[in-house]
Design a protein around this ligand. Sequence first.
Ligand SMILES: *[C@@H]1O[C@H](CO)[C@@H](O)[C@H](O)[C@H]1NC(C)=O
Ligand SMILES: *[C@@H]1O[C@H](CO)[C@@H](O)[C@H](O)[C@H]1NC(C)=O
Length: 150
Amino acid sequence: MRTSMLLVGFLLVFLGLALPGAQAKVIPRCELVKILRQHGFEGFVGKTIADWVCLVEHESRYRTTAFNDNGPSRDYGIFQINSKYWCNDGRTPGSSNTCRINCSKLQDDNIADDIQCAKKIAGQARGLTPWVAWKKYCQGKNLSSYVKGC
Ligand SMILES: *[C@@H]1O[C@H](CO)[C@@H](O)[C@H](O)[C@H]1NC(C)=O
Ligand SMILES: *[C@@H]1O[C@H](CO)[C@@H](O)[C@H](O)[C@H]1NC(C)=O
Protein backbone atom coordinates (compact mmCIF):
# COMPACT_ATOMS: atom_id res chain seq x y z
CA MET A 1 0.00 0.00 0.00
CA ARG A 2 2.61 2.52 1.06
CA THR A 3 4.97 1.46 -1.68
CA SER A 4 2.35 1.99 -4.35
CA MET A 5 1.54 5.45 -2.95
CA LEU A 6 5.24 6.31 -3.15
CA LEU A 7 5.32 5.04 -6.70
CA VAL A 8 2.37 7.23 -7.66
CA GLY A 9 4.16 10.16 -6.01
CA PHE A 10 7.30 9.54 -8.02
CA LEU A 11 5.31 9.24 -11.22
CA LEU A 12 3.55 12.56 -10.57
CA VAL A 13 6.85 14.31 -9.87
CA PHE A 14 8.36 12.74 -12.97
CA LEU A 15 5.42 13.79 -15.17
CA GLY A 16 5.55 17.29 -13.68
CA LEU A 17 9.20 17.62 -14.70
CA ALA A 18 8.67 16.07 -18.11
CA LEU A 19 5.79 18.31 -19.14
CA PRO A 20 6.74 21.99 -18.85
CA GLY A 21 3.13 22.98 -19.58
CA ALA A 22 1.98 21.17 -16.44
CA GLN A 23 4.51 22.83 -14.14
CA ALA A 24 3.61 24.08 -10.71
CA LYS A 25 2.99 27.79 -10.32
CA VAL A 26 6.10 28.10 -8.18
CA ILE A 27 9.18 26.95 -10.08
CA PRO A 28 11.69 25.23 -7.78
CA ARG A 29 15.01 27.10 -7.72
CA CYS A 30 17.11 24.28 -9.17
CA GLU A 31 14.50 23.61 -11.83
CA LEU A 32 14.82 27.25 -12.88
CA VAL A 33 18.62 26.89 -12.96
CA LYS A 34 18.21 23.92 -15.30
CA ILE A 35 15.79 25.77 -17.58
CA LEU A 36 18.03 28.85 -17.73
CA ARG A 37 21.07 26.70 -18.59
CA GLN A 38 19.10 24.99 -21.37
CA HIS A 39 18.21 28.40 -22.80
CA GLY A 40 21.80 29.68 -22.90
CA PHE A 41 21.59 32.24 -20.10
CA GLU A 42 25.07 31.51 -18.72
CA GLY A 43 27.29 34.35 -19.95
CA PHE A 44 24.45 36.03 -21.87
CA VAL A 45 24.95 39.83 -21.68
CA GLY A 46 27.94 39.09 -19.45
CA LYS A 47 25.79 37.79 -16.59
CA THR A 48 25.57 34.45 -14.79
CA ILE A 49 22.71 32.04 -14.09
CA ALA A 50 23.01 33.16 -10.46
CA ASP A 51 22.23 36.75 -11.50
CA TRP A 52 19.01 35.58 -13.15
CA VAL A 53 17.97 33.35 -10.24
CA CYS A 54 18.57 36.25 -7.85
CA LEU A 55 16.52 38.49 -10.15
CA VAL A 56 13.62 36.03 -10.26
CA GLU A 57 13.72 35.43 -6.50
CA HIS A 58 13.44 39.13 -5.73
CA GLU A 59 11.09 40.08 -8.57
CA SER A 60 8.52 37.28 -8.27
CA ARG A 61 9.58 34.66 -5.68
CA TYR A 62 9.56 32.15 -8.60
CA ARG A 63 5.78 32.55 -9.09
CA THR A 64 4.68 32.32 -12.71
CA THR A 65 1.46 34.21 -11.92
CA ALA A 66 3.20 37.15 -10.21
CA PHE A 67 1.57 40.52 -10.85
CA ASN A 68 2.22 44.06 -9.65
CA ASP A 69 0.31 47.20 -10.44
CA ASN A 70 2.65 50.22 -10.49
CA GLY A 71 0.02 52.76 -11.41
CA PRO A 72 0.52 53.77 -15.02
CA SER A 73 1.86 50.32 -15.97
CA ARG A 74 1.98 46.78 -14.61
CA ASP A 75 4.54 43.94 -14.18
CA TYR A 76 3.78 40.34 -15.21
CA GLY A 77 5.15 36.88 -14.46
CA ILE A 78 8.36 35.41 -13.06
CA PHE A 79 10.50 38.15 -14.66
CA GLN A 80 7.96 40.88 -13.84
CA ILE A 81 7.87 42.13 -17.41
CA ASN A 82 6.41 45.61 -17.74
CA SER A 83 3.43 46.64 -19.87
CA LYS A 84 4.88 50.07 -20.70
CA TYR A 85 7.53 48.77 -23.10
CA TRP A 86 7.31 45.02 -23.46
CA CYS A 87 3.82 43.51 -23.45
CA ASN A 88 0.26 44.60 -24.18
CA ASP A 89 -2.32 44.55 -21.39
CA GLY A 90 -4.79 46.77 -23.19
CA ARG A 91 -4.67 49.48 -20.50
CA THR A 92 -1.20 51.03 -20.70
CA PRO A 93 -1.35 54.13 -22.90
CA GLY A 94 1.62 54.42 -25.27
CA SER A 95 2.85 50.86 -24.67
CA SER A 96 5.42 49.89 -27.29
CA ASN A 97 4.76 46.12 -26.76
CA THR A 98 8.25 45.30 -27.99
CA CYS A 99 7.88 41.57 -27.25
CA ARG A 100 4.62 41.51 -29.27
CA ILE A 101 2.72 39.58 -26.63
CA ASN A 102 -0.41 39.79 -24.52
CA CYS A 103 0.79 40.38 -20.93
CA SER A 104 -1.56 37.70 -19.58
CA LYS A 105 0.48 35.10 -21.52
CA LEU A 106 3.39 36.00 -19.24
CA GLN A 107 1.39 34.76 -16.23
CA ASP A 108 0.64 31.23 -17.40
CA ASP A 109 2.75 28.18 -16.54
CA ASN A 110 4.51 28.09 -19.91
CA ILE A 111 7.55 30.30 -19.35
CA ALA A 112 9.02 29.88 -22.85
CA ASP A 113 7.58 33.24 -23.94
CA ASP A 114 8.68 34.92 -20.69
CA ILE A 115 12.22 33.69 -21.36
CA GLN A 116 12.21 34.97 -24.92
CA CYS A 117 11.00 38.40 -23.82
CA ALA A 118 13.42 38.62 -20.86
CA LYS A 119 16.28 37.89 -23.25
CA LYS A 120 15.10 40.65 -25.56
CA ILE A 121 14.97 43.12 -22.64
CA ALA A 122 18.44 42.16 -21.39
CA GLY A 123 19.84 42.16 -24.92
CA GLN A 124 18.63 45.68 -25.63
CA ALA A 125 19.89 46.96 -22.28
CA ARG A 126 23.12 44.93 -22.57
CA GLY A 127 22.59 43.85 -18.99
CA LEU A 128 20.03 43.47 -16.23
CA THR A 129 19.68 47.12 -15.20
CA PRO A 130 16.03 47.32 -16.35
CA TRP A 131 15.19 45.16 -13.29
CA VAL A 132 15.09 47.32 -10.17
CA ALA A 133 15.25 44.28 -7.86
CA TRP A 134 18.40 43.01 -9.59
CA LYS A 135 20.10 46.38 -9.09
CA LYS A 136 19.04 46.49 -5.47
CA TYR A 137 19.62 42.90 -4.34
CA CYS A 138 21.96 41.24 -6.84
CA GLN A 139 24.29 43.64 -8.63
CA GLY A 140 27.83 43.37 -7.26
CA LYS A 141 26.80 40.82 -4.63
CA ASN A 142 28.15 37.33 -3.98
CA LEU A 143 25.41 35.27 -5.61
CA SER A 144 26.79 31.76 -5.18
CA SER A 145 23.95 30.75 -2.84
CA TYR A 146 21.40 31.13 -5.66
CA VAL A 147 22.85 28.19 -7.62
CA LYS A 148 24.13 26.22 -4.66
CA GLY A 149 23.28 22.52 -4.79
CA CYS A 150 21.82 22.70 -8.30
C1 LIG B 1 -5.20 39.06 -23.53
O1 LIG B 1 -5.71 37.76 -23.35
C2 LIG B 1 -6.82 37.72 -22.44
C3 LIG B 1 -7.15 36.25 -22.16
O2 LIG B 1 -7.27 35.53 -23.35
C4 LIG B 1 -7.97 38.50 -23.04
O3 LIG B 1 -9.07 38.48 -22.15
C5 LIG B 1 -7.53 39.94 -23.27
O4 LIG B 1 -8.55 40.65 -23.91
C6 LIG B 1 -6.26 40.00 -24.10
N1 LIG B 1 -5.75 41.36 -24.06
C7 LIG B 1 -5.35 42.00 -25.15
C8 LIG B 1 -4.87 43.39 -24.92
O5 LIG B 1 -5.36 41.50 -26.26
C1 LIG C 1 30.82 33.75 -1.95
O1 LIG C 1 30.17 33.13 -0.87
C2 LIG C 1 30.48 31.73 -0.74
C3 LIG C 1 29.59 31.14 0.33
O2 LIG C 1 29.36 32.03 1.37
C4 LIG C 1 31.97 31.59 -0.44
O3 LIG C 1 32.30 30.24 -0.32
C5 LIG C 1 32.77 32.21 -1.60
O4 LIG C 1 34.14 32.17 -1.30
C6 LIG C 1 32.33 33.64 -1.82
N1 LIG C 1 32.97 34.14 -3.04
C7 LIG C 1 33.58 35.31 -3.11
C8 LIG C 1 34.16 35.68 -4.42
O5 LIG C 1 33.68 36.07 -2.13
